[in-house]
Write a protein that binds this ligand. Sequence first.
Ligand SMILES: [Zn+2]
Length: 232
Amino acid sequence: MEWNYQGDRGPDNWKTICSAFYQAETESLQSPIALDDNQTNLTSSQHSLRFDYNRTLFESSFFNHTVHLSPKTNEKVNFVTFNHKKYFLEDLHFHLPSEHEINQESFPLEFHLVHRSVKNDLLVVGVTVLPSERPMNTVLAVIDEKALHPRIAERGLTVPIELKRLLPEKKQFYHYTGSLTTPPTSGPVEWIVFRHQTYMRQGLLQAFKRNVGKTNRPLQPRSGRPIYLSDC
Ligand SMILES: [Zn+2]
């Protein structure tokens, strides 16, 4: 079903588009939410998180209004282990501006690393991004600006990514349970959102703005659910 980020088929109306979207939005706690240090459950904050990420070839595509990169290999070489359970990376995509808010701050871009366990449970890692004039220390540098154009991205360009370098240097993270942020916004999804940002050079950020544009779902109610703050 066709949906959008504004107009009649914008986020406020997603649940009216079809019964599957309605069900997804009403039957699970939704994402994104505002994350705030003052509202985290510090008492039970020791969640274990480990990244096993390697340099991998990704293939680009363009759907759900944004650029996606998916691993070209079917081998499960990239995964996170969260509370002793493995989730395998299957997709990397971008939202502008950020979807999550961190300590009342919004950021120009947020990317999502979507993982799935063998039992089909979802875990998404969210990383917020700031512009920087210094040489980029993340591998997003390898994405050619032209490659972000929808018609070029959907041709399936091959992009090598050193995944570890996409993550912020400081590894403090929030954890909460929510949903996908695009229709059907089904859950549960285990969310890991880094408290610190990573950096992208201004030119690349501008290219994202030109080619992808506004692709963020508004904040959803927290509805009393716990938010944990932990260190990797
Ligand atoms: Zn996303």
